[in-house]
Write a protein that binds this ligand. Structure first.
Ligand SMILES: [Zn+2]
Length: 94
């Protein structure tokens, strides 16, 4: 479990033993939870070197942010795939 969001960069591209008793691995290059993160997505994708990202969002997030993310990605020339998670409320379970 990632219990302290301030330590999140310590989890990038690493394997770690978790308090749940399992070993987890992430290949994430960056995490941005700051205000305005969605608007900075295109620049982050380019900075991280992704060429054809898969964007995963729940319906509420996409309806709130998709309207300005899509034009930003198009303007930046980023080809992407989109997966909208089904359901009204999404809860992580490992
Ligand atoms: Zn765990």
């Amino acid at each position: 479990m990632l219990s302290d969001v301030n330590d999140r960069n310590g989890y990038l591209n690493k394997t770690f033993s978790c308090s749940c008793g399992r070993v987890h691995k992430t290949s994430l290059k960056s995490i941005n939870l700051e205000k305005g993160a969605a608007r900075a997505l295109a620049a982050q994708i380019i900075s991280d070197g992704y060429r054809c990202p898969l964007i995963v969002a729940d319906r509420n997030t996409w309806s709130a942010a998709g309207g300005f993310i899509e034009p930003e990605l198009k303007k930046a020339g980023i080809t992407y795939r989109l997966h909208i998670l089904p359901g009204e409320e999404i809860h992580p379970d490992e």
